[in-house]
Design a protein around this ligand. Structure first.
Ligand code: F6P
Length: 337
């Protein structure tokens, strides 16, 4: 059979290993693999390349995606016919679509049009339903923890409070994960449970009790009451929230008279050598996606639930998000420094 793969949405570390494992498995079993460049844009433009195990071996353990990525929405742009034409032209039998909710949403639509599609969840946000872990999350947490812990001493030395912004549009998994693994005393997540007033109060209290600078983590998707921002939208209608920590910093200064150091982690979270956990997950997802495709299970997410392979229909996965349970979040916030 002829397989095709695309990588969409925000990238993370582990994708290139996934591509390698996919090619390795398919070659061993006599199938072929092509990769469409820059996600759905490659399918619209019929832009693809042959992927071989040998070629992909040199990109193992590197972050990013050799296929490139793009927030292209062919449904909104009325280009699904072009997508189908490219697949037909290239003689593709199965498409493996890797990414977050937006990428999987288009994959689901393609499956509803009758094409054989298998989805794989990849995003540093770990907010995709139908699987316990998205590819790239482990490495992103590690990147964030390492970066924050390397800055803390300097901030303490200067006695300057610090506010660090971590990616996460809808879910606070990354922000909370980084907060728990650093001396952060407060963390605001998009799910809620901590207001700005509470964050400021926690930082003040930390300073008073410990006599040193306080660290707080904020997810980029937090809502700030009474603050209006003009934000851009991408092709899927997602708002670009980056920079909210500067507003938090200004409000912190207004409330306390002290100017905090503000640091936006941004793409740093997507980089770094993939951790063994992500490489193993990449291997699992590559095998599971091929198993689903070869057994004719289309329109499903090749997932991992409770340690076992799962195959939740994409229709049940897309348009929703896996968020932190509020009781769990509340309990964990109490464990911060
Ligand atoms: O990868 C997902 C994500 O990290 C979100 O948390 C974030 O809002 C978004 O990507 C930002 O992506 P970009 O700035 O590349 O559009």
């Amino acid at each position: 059979m002829r397989f095709a793969v695309l990588t969409g949405g925000g990238d993370s570390s582990g994708i290139n290993d996934f591509l390698y494992f996919l090619a390795q498995r398919l070659e061993r079993e006599g199938h072929s693999l092509i990769g469409f460049r820059r996600s759905w844009l490659g399918l619209v433009n019929n832009d693809a390349l042959e992927l071989t195990r040998q070629e992909l071996a040199q990109y193992r353990f590197t972050p990013g995606t050799i296929l490139g990525t793009e927030r292209k929405n062919p449904i909104k742009d009325g280009q699904m016919d072009q997508v189908l034409r490219s697949l037909e032209d290239r003689g593709v039998d199965v498409l493996i679509a890797m990414g977050g909710d937006d990428t999987l949403g288009v994959a689901n639509h393609l499956s509803e049009l009758g094409f054989t599609v298998v989805g794989v969840a990849q995003t540093i946000d770990d907010d995709v339903l139908g699987t316990d872990r998205t590819l790239g999350y482990y490495t992103a947490i590690y990147q964030g923890v390492r970066a924050v812990n390397s800055m803390v001493n300097s901030n303490v030395a200067h006695d300057r409070d610090m506010i660090v912004e971590i990616m996460g549009r809808d879910a606070g998994w990354l922000a909370l994960g980084v907060a728990l693994n650093t001396p952060a005393c407060a963390c605001m997540c998009p799910e809620g449970e901590m207001t700005l007033d509470e964050l400021i109060a926690r930082m003040q209290e930390y300073r008073r009790i410990n006599g040193r600078a306080a660290l707080a983590i904020v997810a980029e998707g937090i809502k700030l009451e009474g603050v209006e921002r003009e934000l851009e939208r991408d092709a899927f209608g997602n708002l670009a929230y980056e920079g909210v920590s500067h507003i938090v910093g200004d409000l912190y200064k207004k409330a306390t008279g002290r100017s905090p150091r503000v640091q936006v982690m941004g793409y740093l979270l997507r980089g770094g050598t993939p951790l063994p956990q992500d490489v193993e997950l990449a291997a699992f997802y590559a095998n599971h996606a091929v198993d689903l495709a070869l057994s004719g299970q289309t329109g499903r997410l090749a997932g991992l639930q409770n340690g076992k392979p799962s195959a939740v229909p994409l229709t049940e996965v897309v348009g929703r998000k896996k968020l932190i349970d509020l009781a769990d979040l509340r309990a964990k916030l109490k464990l911060l420094a």
